[in-house]
Design a protein. Structure first.
Length: 237
């Protein structure tokens, strides 16, 4: 397999994901540089460069003569007054994001979706399905429903970028409230193949209703998370 990113960066990203998923928990020791070199098929120098970066990011700590240990897990940057969208979250972690639009259609709102969007049943709505990627890995699948009447200018260009940035910087409407229902589910064969995980792996599905400061609903979205590589982190204050 050929990688577009340098080998040390690939190793750094993989270790970052394993720490985030709990594969290497806080306080656990990592394999030696020699063992990691054999595991990834690279030199100790390459491994050391990846570990140096994780130490600099304060995720690992070295104890001379003892080993390298997990200091803390990566998480979404400390929350601001506004919501942290996927793109902003990943970019703050130094990860390269991409969005693949699978479905973009205009349909009639069912009774349930109309209730969630607080619009009339049968009203025109957008339905779009997106894959959200970071460093080439699919971390999230999104199914979103949004009123056509309220937001008539939604386009494919908007949906292949950051939805939050479009609303904030183009429409001047900042999402501030995210009402969530979190459900544990098992990965279907289709989802497992997309995520690169085993069939029936426990993952999370989140149903979101996002609102602006005036209470108006932006959208209703169902997010399926690649939980082994994209854990859900909360900070309570």
């Amino acid at each position: 397999m050929k990688y577009k990113t340098p080998q040390y960066k690939r190793i750094e990203q993989d270790l970052n994901e394993k720490i985030a998923s709990g594969y290497y928990g806080v306080g656990n020791s990592l394999p030696t540089e020699q063992e990691l070199g054999k595991q990834y098929g690279v030199s100790r120098v390459t491994v050391r460069k990846a570990l140096d970066n994780l130490v600099a990011r304060d995720l690992l700590i070295r104890t001379p003569g003892v080993g390298t240990f997990v200091k803390q897990a990566p998480s979404c940057p400390a929350p601001k007054a506004d919501l942290c969208g996927f793109t902003a979250e990943m970019e703050a972690m130094g990860r390269k994001t991409a969005t693949e639009l699978e479905v973009f259609e205009v349909i009639r709102a069912s009774e349930n979706i109309a209730h969630l969007l607080e619009i009339s049943e049968g009203a025109l709505i957008y339905h779009f399905r997106r894959r959200r990627l970071a460093d080439g890995r699919v971390l999230m699948l999104e199914d979103t429903f949004m009123s056509v009447d309220k937001y008539p200018d939604i386009s494919i260009k908007v949906l292949t970028g950051s939805k939050y940035r479009y609303f904030e910087h183009v429409l001047g409407k900042k999402p501030v409230v995210n009402e969530q229902q979190i459900l544990p589910v098992l990965a279907t064969k289709e989802v497992a193949e997309i995520f690169g995980i085993n069939f029936n792996t426990p993952i999370l599905k989140i149903a979101n209703v996002t609102r602006f400061a005036d209470g108006e609903i932006m959208d209703y979205t169902e997010d399926t998370l690649n939980s082994p590589y994209y854990p859900l982190n909360y900070i309570k204050r």
